[in-house]
Design a binder for this molecule. Structure first.
Ligand code: AMP
Length: 291
C-alpha cells in the first residue's frame, strides 16, 4: 500500500471514515518524527495486528519547556515518510502547529497527577501534561482500536495508560520493547546530539541496568541496594551526570522498597547535551516471599 501523507484533521477523518466503513481496524503510532528503527518496530507490530496503520509526526510544543530543543528538534519529513512506508504505515498524519492548536494558546489540558510529577517530571514539570494533552487529542482525532507506544519512554507509557483508563478512552494501549543499538544504547532521536566520546560513554545506562538485573537475579531484593548500585555505576562514568536510578512500581512509578511484584528499573543521565533515559524489567520475588 502506498503511503498517503495528510496534513489536516478533516482530511484524515474523511480518509479514516472510508476505511472504517470498509471494515478495517485501525492501529495508531504517534511520533515526533526523526524516525529510527525504534519507531519502525512500533509500526511493524501495528501493521501485523491491525488492517490500517496511521502514524503521526508532530513536534508538540506543549511538551517542551522554554529552555528545551523545540526549535532545533530534528525534522526530515521525506526520510521519515520512506521509513514509515517501509514499516507498513498507510496514512501519515503530519499536521502543522496551527492545524493542531488553531487558537494558539491551549486552555484545555490533561494532567495525570502523581505519575507525571516523578522522575522525568521532577525536572520537567509541564512535560507530561503536554504529552497527555496531545495524545488525548490525537486519540480523539484518529480513534484507533490500538495505539502503540515504546517502553523506551516508560513513564510516558504509564501516564498514557492511566489517562486512557481514567478518561475511558476507547483504545487499547500497547507497550512495545525497546530497540537498541548493537552496543546496548537505547535508540533515540536525540542520540545524534552525542559527540563521539559521549556516544561511547552513553552505554553506561544499559550497563547500570544490566548490573541491577544481575544483582536481583543473584538474590538481592532491596530496591535501595539495586538503585545505589546503578547510581554508582553511572556516577563512575566521567562524561555522565546522574539524574536518577531507581526500582519502581510499573503502574504508579512509585519507588518500591523490595523487589516484589511488577517492578521496573529506571535510569537517567545527562551525557553531553542530551538527557538520556533507559529502563528494564527485573526479576522479582512473589508477593509474600520476602520476610
Ligand atoms: P518520539 O518520536 O520520541 O516521541 O517517540 C515516538 C514513539 O516511539 C514513543 O512511543 C516512543 O516510546 C517510541 N520509541 C522511541 N524510541 C524507541 C526505541 N528505541 N524503542 C522502542 N520504541 C521507541
Amino acid at each position: 500500500m502506498t503511503i498517503q501523507t495528510i496534513p489536516t484533521i478533516s482530511e484524515l477523518r474523511q480518509a479514516l471514515e472510508r476505511q472504517r466503513a470498509a471494515g478495517k481496524s485501525v492501529g495508531f503510532v504517534p511520533t515526533m518524527g526523526a524516525l529510527h528503527a525504534g519507531h519502525a518496530s512500533l509500526m511493524e507490530v501495528a501493521s501485523k495486528e491491525t488492517d490500517l496503520v496511521v502514524a503521526s509526526i508532530f513536534v508538540n510544543p506543549l511538551q517542551f519547556s522554554a529552555t528545551e530543543d523545540l526549535g532545533s528538534y530534528p525534522r526530515d519529513l521525506e526520510t521519515d515518510t520512506a521509513l514509515a512506508e517501509a514499516a507498513g504505515v498507510g496514512l501519515l498524519f503530519a499536521p502543522s502547529t496551527d492545524e493542531m492548536y488553531p487558537e494558539g494558546a491551549v486552555l484545555t489540558s490533561v494532567d495525570v497527577a502523581e505519575i507525571s510529577q516523578r522522575w522525568e517530571g521532577a525536572s520537567r514539570p509541564t512535560h507530561f501534561s503536554g504529552v497527555a494533552t496531545v495524545v488525548a487529542k490525537l486519540l480523539s482525532i484518529v480513534g484507533p482500536c490500538v495505539a502503540y507506544f515504546g517502553e523506551k519512554d516508560f513513564q510516558q507509557l504509564a501516564v498514557i495508560r492511566r489517562m486512557v483508563s481514567d478518561l475511558s478512552i476507547p483504545a487499547t494501549i500497547r507497550g512495545c520493547p525497546i530497540v537498541r543499538e548493537a552496543d546496548g544504547l537505547a535508540m533515540s532521536s536525540r542520540n545524534i546530539y552525542l559527540e563521539q566520546d559521549e556516544r561511547i560513554a552513553a552505554v553506561v545506562l544499559r550497563k547500570a541496568l544490566d548490573l541491577g538485573i544481575e544483582a536481583a537475579t543473584n538474590g538481592e531484593s532491596s530496591a535501595k541496594a539495586i538503585g545505589d548500585l546503578m547510581a554508582n555505576t553511572i556516577s563512575a562514568e566521567p562524561l555522565a551526570k546522574l539524574n536518577y536510578a531507581a526500582a519502581v512500581d510499573t503502574a504508579t512509578l512509585e519507588e518500591v522498597e523490595q523487589l516484589v511484584g511488577d517492578v521496573r528499573l529506571l535510569v537517567a543521565a545527562q551525557v553531553g547535551r542530551p538527557h538520556l533515559i533507559d529502563n528494564a524489567s527485573v526479576p522479582t520475588m512473589k508477593e509474600g516471599a520476602v520476610s
